[in-house]
Write a protein that binds this ligand. Structure first.
Ligand SMILES: NC(=O)c1ccc[n+]([C@@H]2O[C@H](COP(=O)([O-])OP(=O)(O)OC[C@H]3O[C@@H](n4cnc5c(N)ncnc54)[C@H](OP(=O)(O)O)[C@@H]3O)[C@@H](O)[C@H]2O)c1
Length: 333
């Protein structure tokens, strides 16, 4: 495995990390979840991403159990706060109350005294940013999180947080967690240039577009059994964004490019996001351990400029680039 600094911090993380959204506590049984985590560890992955909201908090519990017995210093455990974890008006968002309560719940479920990175899972338009940043600062001072980051924040939201940190002497954000893949590049125009200047690393989600970039979904055909597109608990709802024939057809046209590069389609997709030097890690998901073993072979791969240009040609206007697509709910969910 290769390791990269998370932004301008001293923290090194595996350039491929493992995330358990959709899968743990929902799509897959616990023995499969544990087998995926163990496959990740065997392949040298040390960085694990989850969130309080995943599978109604069960995903953190499953990850905590799967990592039990590992040397804590050899792991980087990331979680997040913002989306609802209960029925009440304060069981969501980035108020001081919810941040302070949610971090304790996450630590309990994960079975650890601290997380390495605590992330704001969206921007909360209903809470003063200074309140959020001060609460994060206190979480860090209490030793419950070592670093703080954000997810899906716009460039101007990240700038505003950096300004408050500067003025108040708070710890700075070191990371952003956006969606990024060959098909979804909305961070390239505004977020990445800002983050490069400010020393913030991207930990990117759905680098394989939830499985779509493996090429296993064929245009005009039913999705393969057992795939996310058939998961009626929640997976199908999320992946349906990509399940359009014009996208699936273009993805099939990537197949010869992957073959020429000596990569599987999934490896090409992961390697593609890792070519961006502002990316600190690609968070891959897996519903079975073989997928992890396949996908990690993207580590250390360098793709030629000519191949990258052909990827752009093949995908054409199926690629989403508008920075305005990065947005958090106007009111708390
Ligand atoms: N911050 C945020 O708002 C946010 C949002 C979403 C995700 N995330 C993070 O990003 C992580 C990864 O997201 P993701 O799961 O969508 O990532 P992904 O790596 O793009 O997709 C993973 C899914 O693709 C399929 N797949 C992967 N490798 C495959 C292979 N070699 N062959 C066939 N199918 C394969 C599997 O689904 P099936 O086998 O079921 O088809 C797997 O669960 C999450 O766990 C979470 O930590 C963050």
């Amino acid at each position: 495995m290769e390791f990269r600094y998370l932004g301008r911090s001293g923290l090194k993380i595996s350039e491929i990390s493992y995330g358990n959204w959709i899968t743990h506590g929902s799509q897959v049984e616990e023995d499969t979840a544990v087998a995926c985590v163990h496959a990740a560890l065997d392949e040298g992955i040390t960085t694990f991403d989850t969130a309080d909201v995943y599978a109604g908090t069960r995903a953190e519990t499953v990850l905590g159990r799967a990592l039990k017995g590992q040397r804590r210093e050899s792991l980087e455990i990331f979680t997040k706060v913002y989306w609802p974890t209960g029925p009440g008006p304060n069981d969501r968002g980035l108020s001081r109350k919810h941040i302070m309560e949610s971090i304790d719940g996450s630590l309990r479920r994960l079975g650890t005294d601290y997380v390495d990175l605590y992330q704001a899972h969206r921007f909360d338009h209903e809470t003063p940013l200074e309140e959020t940043m001060r609460a994060f600062e206190d979480v860090v001072r209490q030793g419950k999180a070592l670093y703080i980051g954000v997810s899906e924040w716009r460039a101007e939201e990240i700038s505003a947080a950096l300004k408050i940190a500067e003025e108040r002497g708070f710890d700075r954000i070191i990371s952003n967690q956006p969606q990024y893949s060959m098909l979804y590049r909305v961070i390239e125009q505004e977020v990445v240039p800002l983050c490069e200047r400010e020393g913030i690393g991207q930990i990117v989600w759905s680098p394989i577009a939830q499985g779509v970039l493996t090429g296993k979904y064929l245009p005009g055909q039913a999705p393969p059994p057992g795939s996310r597109a058939t998961d009626d608990k929640s997976g199908a709802d999320f992946v349906k964004f990509w399940m359009r024939d014009e996208v699936l057809t273009r993805v099939q046209d990537l197949r010869p490019l992957a073959q020429e590069a000596g990569l599987t389609m999934a490896q090409l997709a992961v390697a593609w996001v890792l070519q961006n030097p502002n990316v600190s890690s690609a968070i891959v998901g897996a519903s079975r351990p073989e997928q992890i073993r396949d996908n990690v072979k993207a580590r250390g791969v360098r793709l030629e400029a000519e191949l990258l240009a052909r990827v752009d040609e093949v995908l054409g206007d199926a690629v989403i680039r508008d920075p305005a697509e990065t947005r958090s709910p106007a009111t708390r969910p």
